[in-house]
Design a protein around this ligand. Sequence first.
Ligand SMILES: Nc1ncnc2c1ncn2[C@@H]1O[C@H](COP(=O)(O)OP(=O)(O)OP(=O)(O)O)[C@@H](O)[C@H]1O
Length: 420
Amino acid sequence: MTESPLLEVDDLKKHYPITEGLLRREVGRVRAVDGMNLAVGRGEAVGLVGESGSGKTTTAHAILGLETPTGGEVRFEGTPVRDLSGADERAFRRRVQLIVQDPNEAFNPRLPVGEAVAEPLELHGMANAERRRAIVTDLLERVGLSATDADRYPHEFSGGEKQRLAVARALVVDPDLLVADEPTSALDARVEAEILGLLSDVRRQFGVSVLFISHDIDVVRRFCDRVAVMYLGEVVERGPTDEVLTAPAHPYTRLLLDSVPSLDPTDRGLGEPLTDAVPDPADPPAGCRFHPRCPAVIRPDGVSLPEETWRAVAAFRFALQGGDLPSAAAAATDAAAVRDALDVSGEISDEAAERAVADAAAAVADGDPSRASERLADALPTVCEREAPETTDLEDRSVQCHRYEPERAGEPLVDPGGSG
Ligand SMILES: Nc1ncnc2c1ncn2[C@@H]1O[C@H](COP(=O)(O)OP(=O)(O)OP(=O)(O)O)[C@@H](O)[C@H]1O
């Protein structure tokens, strides 16, 4: 039997009910995490990356047991965490430690930091104060502070030093896994580099695994062995950091990378997202959740359009559907001006598509965007909207995008046999 990874997250869901009225009747659900999978091996650093609101912190809290999952399972060394009780549960709480973005949250201003760092030891049953003190002073030195710092108060430390204290406090109970939730986002670039350096040293010295949560793909690139990319509660791509970030397979990963100013401006050739607004996790799009923004959204069978034209038409379609048509198009009073504003002014070579775009532009000019939206949706359906993609295992990663499904004659963005 192969050994289980240290941590496995299997089809994890966390929904928050939206309630109304005095009786708090449930009228909807925020699908903060909606079927996500992840594994962290021993000694490994795994990055969880995605835009604000994609569900990263909720995932972290569900892993730590601070939130009760709505569905799915978190396993630690193969055992479901929800089955743990008594001494096993206490051991789990010791072995997995959280580091948060703002270290101020972690420290009581009236408590000397040495006592704050020692607190978890006491909680986990170490009654001998001298031993606690010895462990804490040793740790303070190992995180780049000095033993005498133990008697000082939180306000005497800079933001970076406080984050070092938070790392010491997490390490004091000798954990196997650190869950670091945006541990460097509140710090300036120089201090961020120092804390990343510290976390790398800590990994080596203590053999600890790290789940590193960040919206900053560049930080993940510097720190993590593997990466999982999250979008609207789901993991859309995961694999070794080098491979995923050098040759991103999922269109969303590409867009995340394109938004980072890079010294190596390789043309990934996808351009801008079709629409800007991130959908509401209480009402996620049908099919692939990324499809209304996806510049690689799949064309309907039998419609032959140049890629550029298809993108412009799809952007028109999804802007209508999301109710956020560009203002120049919404304000136009004749169909030609609508088409101009949406970059679909020339006649489209595919006859059915041309008719649909002409009708939709006329409907917008008439002030009837819903009719326009329906017309385009009927004429130009896409599998990306109709069906949720399966997770496909490629040679070096997993990706959740119809383009990689073997039964579909898709057009993958990377070679499914590996990024080479
Ligand atoms: N207690 C809650 N009740 C209702 N909705 C919530 C709650 N906590 C989080 N959410 C919603 O769940 C979604 C995911 O939030 P989460 O904080 O996990 O995302 P995130 O990726 O960590 O974002 P950020 O980087 O901004 O922290 C968001 O839409 C958020 O508004």
